[in-house]
Design a protein. Structure first.
Length: 161
């Protein structure tokens, strides 16, 4: 399924996320930007999964952030362990209404209010194999460039009357 479409008003938003999840995402994006990571939402991985947020550090380290907007959202999700094979660090991000003790200790933890976020727990590092790092970095780069082009096209689309 295509994440972007030039037929919608904003091709950078695919509409699958709840308002609460988008609020968490926005705060985490602010934090990661301040930490000098390039951030890309909704990146498809080679295993068919889609990461909520992927961050790429200046050193090439890859972070995946899984957003959880409720206790139920966390409980029904069994796919998040699959993300470990595609990142150096795995985090959960949530908002203040979700109890923090539900999240696994072996993952990082971010708390977002929509305007920013706080790093509550650092994620343990598990270095990616070089071939996987290259593949994820290429996917990140190509997806970012494609989305930028689609956003540019949408911004300059002819007005229909």
């Amino acid at each position: 399924m295509t994440i972007l479409s030039i037929a919608v008003n904003n091709p950078l938003i695919d509409g699958r996320q709840s308002e609460r999840a988008m609020l968490v995402r926005r705060g985490v994006q602010v934090l990661l930007h301040d930490m000098r990571l390039a951030v890309l939402p909704e990146l498809a991985l080679a295993n068919g999964r889609r990461a909520d947020l992927v961050g790429l550090s200046e050193k090439g380290e890859i972070w995946i952030i899984e957003i959880k907007s409720s206790i139920e959202d966390f409980r029904v999700d069994r796919k998040w362990p699959d993300y470990r094979a595609y990142c150096d660090r795995l985090f959960f991000a949530t908002h203040p209404d979700v109890p923090l003790d539900i999240f696994p200790e072996d993952c990082g933890l971010l708390l977002s209010d929509g305007y920013g976020a706080h790093l509550l727990r650092e994620a343990p590092e598990h270095k990616l194999p070089p071939a996987t790092r290259k593949a994820v970095t290429l996917d990140f780069s190509r997806s970012a460039a494609q989305r930028l082009m689609m956003a540019e096209w949408a911004a300059h689309a002819p007005v229909r009357e």
